[in-house]
Design a protein around this ligand. Structure first.
Ligand code: GDP
Length: 436
C-alpha cells in the first residue's frame, strides 16, 4: 500500500469551499508540485497559489494544510487542499493530481480503511464513523458519536484483557497437569469468577436487545387497514408536516411507500401498504396483500386505519385510528382509539405524539452499546463459549475448557476487527463515501 490516494472530501455541487484530501507517502511532494515550494508549517492553514506543474497555469488560490504522519486520520502523511468550491476548480485540481506520479484516486472508504489498517481506529469506531455520516436524527448522531468515541471498543478491549489473563492461567494449569496432578482443573477460583463477570457483562449488554440496531435502522410504523381507509392520504398529510419529515423515499415497490421522519430526535419509518380486504381480490391485489401482511408482521407498530364505514378487525397490538373524522360521525374512542382527519389535520398532532411515545419506549433514551448484528453475533458467540468453559470447569477435560476460552477471546477480537474480518471489510468500506 505505497500509493498515495486523493479524493474530494466535501460534497459535490457548488459551494463556498471544496476540500480535497490526500494521503500516503507522496503527500509532501504532491504539495511541492502544486505550490512550487516546500510544504508549509505542519497543521496550519496556509494560503498558496496552486499551479499545474506541467503548464505553470494557476488553478486556484487555496488554503493548504500539511499533516505529517503518523498522528493523522489515516496514520500516513496527509494533506488537504481547501479550494474555491466550484465544479471547474475542483475538476481542474483533481485532473492535475491524477497526473502526478504515484497518485491514484481513492475508492469509497479508502481513507478510513487505511486508518483501520494502521491501527488508528478499531472496527467498532469505523462502524461508528459510518453511522455518524449517515445519522439523520439526534438520537442516531449521539449513538454513532458514542461508538466512534470507543464506547463499545473499550468495553470489548477490557473484557478481552480479562479473558486473556484467565486463558493464561488455564494454559499454565494445562502445562502442570502433565505432572500427574489429576485434581487440577483448568480454571482457578479467581479465573472462574473473572470469566463469569465478563460473561454477565456481555449478557447485560446483549439484554439491551436490538435497541441500538433499531436506532440505526429506524422504528418501523406500518399504516394498514381496508382499501380507501385513508392510508395514503394520511401518509401524505404526515409527509407535508415539514417539521416531522427528513426525506421522503419514493416507493420502491408498487405496494409500499416509505417516508422517513424525525420524531423528537428518533428515526421513524412510516410505511404505507396495500389495503387489506377479505375477499374478491385479483391475483395482483392478492400478492400486494400478502406483502402488506408481511410488512405488518415485521412492523414495530401498526396503525390500523378504520374508515367511517368500518372494516375488518385490527390485528392484535395495533393502534386503532378512526379516519375521516370530518365526515362527522362520532366514533367515541372509548377503546383508546384515535380519531383523525387527514383532510383538516384534526388529531394528527396527537397521533404523532402516540407514535413518538411508542418509538421512545422501543428505542429508549439510554445508551445501547451494541449497534450492529455483526457485533451482537460475535458477543453471543463469546458468551456461549464462556458459558461452556464455566459450566465445564470442573467436569470437562482442561484442554477443552482452555479451547472454549480461546474461542471466547477470538470472538471478542472479531468485534474490534482483530481477527477474521477480511471478507466483511470490503462490504463495510464500500458503504462509505469517496473521500472518507
Ligand atoms: P387508502 O386506500 O387507504 O390509501 O385510502 P386513500 O388515502 O386513497 O383515501 C381514500 C379516499 O378517502 C380518497 O378519496 C380520499 O380523498 C378520502 N379521504 C382520505 N382521508 C380523508 C379524510 O380525512 N377526510 C375525508 N373527507 N376524506 C378522506
Amino acid at each position: 500500500m505505497t500509493d498515495t490516494i486523493f479524493a474530494p472530501a466535501s460534497g459535490f455541487g457548488r459551494a463556498a469551499v471544496a476540500v480535497i484530501r490526500i494521503s500516503g507517502p507522496g503527500a509532501a511532494s504532491c504539495l511541492t508540485a502544486l505550490t512550487g515550494g516546500p510544504p508549509p508549517l505542519p497543521r496550519r492553514l496556509s494560503l498558496r497559489q496552486l499551479r499545474d506543474p506541467g503548464t505553470g497555469e494557476v488553478l486556484d488560490r487555496a488554503l493548504v494544510v500539511w499533516l505529517p504522519g503518523p498522528a493523522t486520520f489515516t496514520g500516513e502523511d496527509s494533506a488537504e487542499l481547501h479550494l474555491h468550491g466550484g465544479a471547474a476548480v475542483r475538476a481542474a485540481v483533481l485532473r492535475v493530481l491524477g497526473r502526478l506520479p504515484g497518485l491514484a484516486p481513492a475508492e469509497p472508504g479508502a481513507f478510513t480503511r487505511r486508518a483501520f489498517l494502521n491501527g488508528r481506529m478499531d472496527l467498532t469506531a469505523v462502524e461508528g464513523l459510518a453511522d455518524l455520516i449517515d445519522a439523520e436524527t439526534e438520537a442516531q448522531r449521539r449513538q454513532a458519536m458514542r461508538q466512534l468515541d470507543g464506547a463499545l471498543g473499550r468495553l470489548v478491549e477490557a473484557w478481552r484483557d480479562t479473558l486473556l489473563g484467565v486463558l493464561a492461567g488455564a494454559e499454565a494449569a494445562l502445562d502442570f497437569s502433565d505432572e500427574g496432578d489429576v485434581d487440577e482443573s483448568a480454571l482457578s477460583a479467581s479465573g472462574l469468577a473473572a470469566a463469569a463477570r465478563v460473561r454477565d457483562a456481555i449478557l447485560a449488554a446483549l439484554a439491551e436487545g436490538r435497541r441500538g440496531e433499531r436506532l440505526r435502522e429506524g422504528f418501523v410504523v406500518v399504516l394498514a387497514g381496508p382499501p380507501n381507509a385513508g392510508k395514503s392520504t394520511l401518509l401524505n398529510a404526515l409527509a407535508r408536516r415539514e417539521a416531522a419529515i427528513v426525506s421522503p423515499i419514493p416507493g420502491t415497490t408498487r405496494d409500499a411507500i416509505e417516508v422517513r421522519c424525525d420524531l423528537d430526535g428518533l428515526p421513524v419509518l412510516l410505511v404505507d401498504t396495500a389495503g387489506l380486504r377479505d375477499e374478491g381480490a385479483d391475483p395482483i391485489e392478492a400478492e400486494g396483500m400478502a406483502r402488506s401482511r408481511r410488512r405488518i408482521e415485521e412492523a414495530d407498530l401498526v396503525l390500523w386505519l378504520v374508515p367511517p364505514e368500518g372494516g375488518a378487525a385490527a390485528p392484535t397490538g395495533a393502534l386503532v385510528v378512526h379516519t375521516k373524522r370530518d365526515l362527522g360521525r362520532d366514533l367515541g374512542g372509548a377503546d383508546g382509539a384515535l380519531a383523525i382527519s387527514a383532510l383538516t389535520g384534526e388529531g394528527l398532532a396527537m397521533l404523532l405524539d402516540r407514535v413518538a411515545a411508542a418509538a421512545g419506549a422501543a428505542l429508549g433514551r439510554g445508551d445501547a452499546v451494541v449497534t450492529r448484528e455483526r457485533q451482537r453475533r460475535a458477543l453471543e458467540e463469546c458468551a456461549a463459549h464462556l458459558g461452556r468453559a464455566i459450566g465445564g470447569a470442573e467436569t470437562m477435560p482442561a484442554e477443552l475448557v482452555a479451547e472454549d476460552l480461546r474461542l471466547a477471546v477470538r470472538a471478542l477480537g472479531a468485534v474490534a476487527g482483530r481477527v477474521g474480518v477480511e471478507e466483511m471489510l470490503d462490504r463495510l468500506f464500500s458503504s462509505f463515501c469517496i473521500g472518507k
